[in-house]
Design a protein around this ligand. Structure first.
Ligand code: GDP
Length: 534
């Protein structure tokens, strides 16, 4: 279990000031808008609105995914860094669409905290709940931002109750909204005893803050209409009596979340949230490896790949592996050991993601995310170290829930197709299974939309029209156990066997009955829906 002691008191200042986080939300709650405003305050962009605009420009340039533009879905996660008031923030973007949840899950292995954005009118929605559960599995500290308070929203106590009840987490208000909907004028900051007033005229202006000495301070009445002030006093008194106070230990353990109310589009509440991240969210946390725990202050550089993105520039068959640095001080040109292959790699052109532009990184610290261009050597889960044989754990691969067989339009192009599919499998975009019997391929995904994305990418990036068709199988399980038992299992089930892109055997199933029978006939063999990447 995580406790305060988990944060090392010996962190070098460069590492101690880092905050690596993700934003989790249901589509439409305001994640993109909040991201823009965070970057705006971080000075990474000049004006809000540019993230989207620049993002689009970049995508047009790389044009690796037409569908992304057509449907407005952010298919690929990216990382952005910015500084604010002495802290260095790494924001790892998560794809919002539920079809890409596996990517999102892996992204969450690379961050130390999450900001949960909810819509003040809608409360906790399905995707928020799913992502929250993943954060909980990892004991991740969560800060909550209740957005769109400029619109009609639910009663504040009701929102807080819903979060507490549906997510089983304590909620401590860090701010309290004043007025509702059109009458919303700002928030009372419960931590700093300040009024923050929203400027409806200029959406990009930072809120004006008025320091108070309690809510009976006459200055409060100068800024808040009498009826709203009376209501605020009453609600704050009730909140202080009924709701838990902020407790950093409980927050770090993931059992309590502070909540800020705001309106991302009006830049309101964003600064308070950033301050909350700086002050309460943890600096880089230790990363679990098979043999030991890797602490951020260790001088030797280590990191793991949590995402691979191909063809950011379609003219080059390059890929960028996103590496979470777990320890040390990385410098450009370093030679690192690629543990899986045992080879040394010179990291000559690492990429830091400053807002919308990719920039070359000269150095980076534990907690940072860097992009490492490569030609396919780096896969999800791979470790890079200064020599140590490390294997980071906890980066999951999930059994796909949807399977289809795939064929090249031109049968002569089967080898070509295999290469394309292998690349996407290594990138994590789909699972590839080569049946032991026959010549076709089966691809598996977690969400149906991924099939379309896959077909369109194979066509665009490899010039290969493909046909995706239903298969008799609808499930896949990785096999492990004593070698002889596994071999006997494979022999007895040849018609159901396939191999994934790592060459590991997979049992393809048609129905629950297949699993029941396998468990009965081969009790020593373990069938698993999750494969930890190694
Ligand atoms: P995402 O899908 O979570 O990334 O959500 P977006 O940031 O794209 O926002 C969804 C919609 O809500 C957009 O039309 C935004 O302009 C709007 N929106 C975002 N924040 C606010 C807010 O604070 N108030 C209001 N009224 N609308 C907002």
């Amino acid at each position: 279990m995580l406790d305060q002691g988990h944060i090392s008191p010996h962190l070098p200042p460069e590492i101690a000031r880092r905050r690596t986080f993700a934003i989790i939300s249901h589509p439409d709650a305001g994640k993109t808008t909040l991201t823009e405003k965070l970057l705006l305050y971080g000075g990474a962009i000049q004006m809000a609105g540019q993230v989207r605009a620049k993002g689009e420009a970049r995508r047009t340039r790389s044009d690796f995914m037409k569908m992304e533009q057509e449907r407005g879905i952010s298919v690929s996660a990216s990382a952005m860094s910015f500084e604010h008031e002495g802290h260095w923030f790494n924001l790892v973007d998560t794809p919002g669409h539920e079809d890409f949840s596996e990517d999102t899950y892996r992204t969450l292995t690379a961050v130390d905290a999450a900001v949960m954005v909810i819509d003040g009118a809608k409360g906790v929605e399905s995707q928020t709940r799913k992502l929250f559960e993943v954060c909980r599995l990892r004991d991740m500290p969560i800060l909550t931002f209740c957005n769109k308070m400029d619109r009609e929203s639910r009663d504040t106590f009701e929102i807080i109750d819903e979060i507490q009840e549906s997510l089983a987490i304590d909620v401590a208000p860090a701010s309290w909204p004043i007025g509702k909907g059109r009458d919303f004028i700002g928030c009372y900051d419960l931590i700093y005893d300040r009024l923050a007033l929203m400027d409806r005229a200029d959406r990009n202006v930072r809120a004006q803050a008025v320091q108070l000495d309690g809510l009976d301070d006459p200055r409060a009445a100068e800024h808040v209409p009498a009826d709203l002030l009376a209501e605020l006093r009453e609600e704050v008194e009730m909140a202080r009596g009924l709701l838990p106070a902020f407790d950093r230990k409980a927050f770090l353990e993931g059992t309590l979340t502070p909540i800020w109310f705001g309106s991302a589009i009006n830049s309101f509440g964003v600064q308070e949230l950033m301050r909350g991240l700086a002050q309460y969210a943890p600096p880089p946390r230790p990363c679990p490896a098979a043999s030991r725990e890797v602490r951020p202050e260790e001088p030797a550089v280590t990191g793991f790949v949590f995402k691979v993105q191909a063809n950011m520039d379609p003219k080059h068959r390059d890929r960028v592996a996103f590496l979470r640095l777990c320890s040390g001080h990385f410098r450009r040109g370093m030679k690192l050991r690629h543990v899986r292959s045992g080879k040394t790699m010179t990291i000559a052109n690492p990429v830091l993601f400053m807002a919308a532009e990719r920039e070359l990184a000269d150095d980076a610290w534990a907690g940072d995310i860097i992009g490492v261009p490569n030609h396919g050597q780096l896969r999800i889960g791979d470790a890079l170290t200064e020599g140590e044989e490390l294997r980071f754990t906890g980066i999951p691969a999930f059994a796909p829930e949807l399977l289809q067989s795939v064929r090249a339009g031109d049968p002569m192009k089967a080898k070509h197709l295999e290469k394309a599919l292998t690349q996407f499998a290594e990138e994590g975009a789909a699972k590839l299974f080569k049946p032991a019997v026959g010549s076709g391929f089966i691809v598996g995904v977690v969400g149906a939309l991924q099939f379309e994305v896959l077909a369109s990418r194979i066509e665009q990036e490899y010039g290969l029209p493909v046909r995706l068709e239903p298969t008799q199988f609808n499930g896949a399980r990785w096999i492990s156990g004593p070698r002889e038992a596994v071999e006997a299992f494979i022999k007895a089930n040849r018609g159901h066997m396939a191999y994934d892109h790592d060459g590991d055997p997979v049992y393809m199933t048609r129905m629950q009955w297949d699993l029941d029978r396998a468990a009965r006939d081969h009790p020593e063999v373990r069938l698993s829906a999750v494969k930890e990447t190694h």
